[in-house]
Design a protein around this ligand. Structure first.
Ligand code: SAH
Length: 260
């Protein structure tokens, strides 16, 4: 799989791409990522990438031609078809589901906007627009890295343990179960009682541990993200646990009072 990240601040992403899981995947050749400096695709002496907006108003807009030239160069080098993704707060929301879809593609280009955004005509060469959430950032570099990171860790052989990817949050619409490591107890806050690891995890009873984790995952999702449950892909056991938990909650709820 190839990623091409087009930006006016290559240094911002170079560092993130060199370390950790992505850095290792690149070293091992599982992944080919190139960072393209938009200024390399200008033709003027000052390497200008932005200009004032037509119609007036504050800020600057990224010019279309350098982006077109960058896309031409990437296409000539990588081949077709390219999936050109514009990072934009106006795009479709990026989710784990979107990450899975993108992980099946061959060649992805991530266009990072800056200032007031990119000239609208660039959209004629864009396959899709993605937003990482309902807030506005100063540039598309962090969003591009979010997308790249989430997609790359789904590629076969990138995260060491395939099971850890299969079991984690959102995979089937459930949040992950809680994790603990040594030591078995840590001091509580302000000299309070020690906080111990749940006994079941020390029991060595693998069937019990598996059930406990499943139940924790279902309970956490019910507590924190009940919205996920409507679309969750639960097995029989999880469905039973959910019904039980919901019953328990209903029983524990106070009586509905009349409006004051
Ligand atoms: N004026 C634009 C925002 C420009 S922000 C608007 O209101 O739509 C500058 C650049 O940052 C954008 O072009 C985009 O590439 C990036 N960006 C900002 N917020 C983002 C988000 N939530 N998701 C993805 N990209 C974002």
């Amino acid at each position: 799989m190839t990623f091409d990240i087009v930006t006016i601040f290559p240094a911002m992403v170079d560092e993130l791409l060199a370390v950790g899981v992505i850095g290792r995947a690149r070293e091992r050749g599982v992944l080919d990522v190139k960072v393209r400096d938009l200024r390399d695709f200008t033709t003027d002496r000052h390497r200008v990438v932005d200009d004032v907006p037509y119609g007036g108003g504050p800020g600057m807009v990224l010019k279309p031609e350098p982006v077109f030239r960058a896309l031409d160069a990437i296409e000539a080098e990588r081949g077709q078809p390219l999936t050109v993704i514009l990072m934009s707060p106006q795009g479709r929301r990026f989710t784990q589901h979107e990450a899975k879809r993108l992980a099946a593609l061959e060649r992805i280009v991530l266009l990072c906007g800056r200032y007031e955004g990119i000239d609208e005509r660039v959209r004629s060469r864009v396959t899709e627009e993605l937003s990482i959430g309902d807030y506005v950032l100063t540039g598309g570099e962090l969003p591009a890295m979010v997308v790249c990171d989430a997609v790359v860790r789904l590629l076969p052989g990138v995260v060491g343990d395939e099971q850890s990817v299969a079991e984690e949050s959102f995979n089937r619409g459930l949040l992950d179960f809680p994790q603990y490591t040594r030591p078995a107890t840590v001091p509580g806050p302000e000299g309070g009682a020690d906080i111990a690891v749940p006994g079941v995890l020390l029991s060595g009873n693998h069937a019990e541990i598996r059930r406990w984790r499943k139940r924790q995952a279902v309970e956490r999702t019910l507590d924190r993200r009940p919205d996920l449950l409507a679309e969750a892909d639960l097995d029989e056991e999880e469905r039973r646990m959910l019904v039980e938990l919901q019953k328990g909650r209903r029983a524990g709820l106070p009586e509905v009072k009349d409006e004051p």
